[in-house]
Design a protein around this ligand. Structure first.
Ligand code: NDP
Length: 255
């Protein structure tokens, strides 16, 4: 008897995604959203194993498939091992979301410690480079690489964020050139730039919100789930023509 296979209508059915820093906030929202769209999802985490387990459980509760891998984005060997585990467990890697990021070393340029500089470069830049390089070695036609940048690369609305912006600017430039390397393989590379978004890093009722909140054209902070919608579009087959883009999802903060 011939069995009929009914194609799933979910846009990411059959795809495998890796979201770095997926245990909390924007990364967790992205992981859940990609799973809702049909992808099997791996997340990395560093300091929040319980939160990572919650994200996996939430995805599995709705019938999805997910794994969590402890991997410090600032540790190249750990990042390589994480990508290898995704490919070993799920048999492929189609979508990489470079979300893991930190914001330490804020303050006047004269006062930033070299230790903070090195850690920021390690997590926000080296982690992105290594994950992208490893993923590119495994991705086939139609792969998707999405970095989470920042609206700070477009508009520095307050002082003391030069180190953070340096790291996000590096990713933005990296992405632009990657377009030429990976385009011939049908792999798109894009950077999503959130503006102020309500997360553990930047709570809508936190100190930074006093400074940047009034600049939101939409009159409120962005939500992690709203950033995730944008990422989900870029990860979808329908976004094949969008590559090398800086996609701003900032509620008009930099408009
Ligand atoms: P949060 O601090 O709220 O969450 C960060 C996530 O990244 C957590 O899951 C954390 O996991 C993970 N993470 C942090 N350090 C590491 C590491 N060394 N290795 C692996 N995972 C790590 O941040 P947001 O969700 O707010 O930010 C996510 C991204 O969006 C970042 O790149 C940030 O720069 C960017 N962004 C955020 C904006 C905002 O207003 N919130 C605005 C613009 C950009 P764990 O706890 O397990 O370590």
């Amino acid at each position: 008897m011939t069995s009929l296979s009914i194609p799933s209508s979910l846009p990411l059915a059959g795809k495998v995604a890796l979201v770095t820093g997926g245990s909390r906030s924007i990364g967790a929202a992205i992981a859940k959203r990609l799973a809702t769209d049909g992808a099997r999802v791996a997340i990395t985490y560093f300091g929040s194993p319980a939160k990572a387990a919650e994200v996996v459980a939430a995805i599995e509760t709705t019938g999805g498939k997910a794994i969590a891998i402890q991997a410090d984005a600032g540790d190249a060997a750990a990042v390589r091992a994480a990508v290898a585990k995704v490919v070993a467990d799920f048999g492929a890697l189609d979508i990489l979301v470079n979300n893991a990021g930190i914001a330490q070393g804020g303050g006047p340029i004269e006062q930033i410690s070299f230790e903070d500089y090195q850690r920021m470069i390690a997590v926000n830049v080296t982690g992105v480079f290594v994950a992208t390089q490893e993923a590119a070695r495994h991705m086939g036609q139609g792969g998707r690489i999405i970095h989470i940048g920042s609206s700070m690369t477009r508009y520095a609305s307050f002082p003391g964020a030069s180190l953070y912006t340096l790291t996000k600017g590096a990713v933005t430039g990296f992405n632009r050139s990657l377009t030429r390397d990976l385009g011939p393989r049908g792999i798109t590379v894009n950077t999503v730039h959130p503006g102020p978004t309500d997360t553990d890093m930047n709570p809508a009722d936190g100190a930074l919100a006093q400074l940047v909140g009034p600049g939101m054209a939409i009159g409120r902070y962005g939500l992690a789930s709203e950033v995730a919608h944008v990422v989900a579009f870029l990860a979808s087959p329908g976004a094949a023509l969008v590559t090398g883009a800086d996609v701003v999802a900032d509620g008009g903060f930099t408009a």
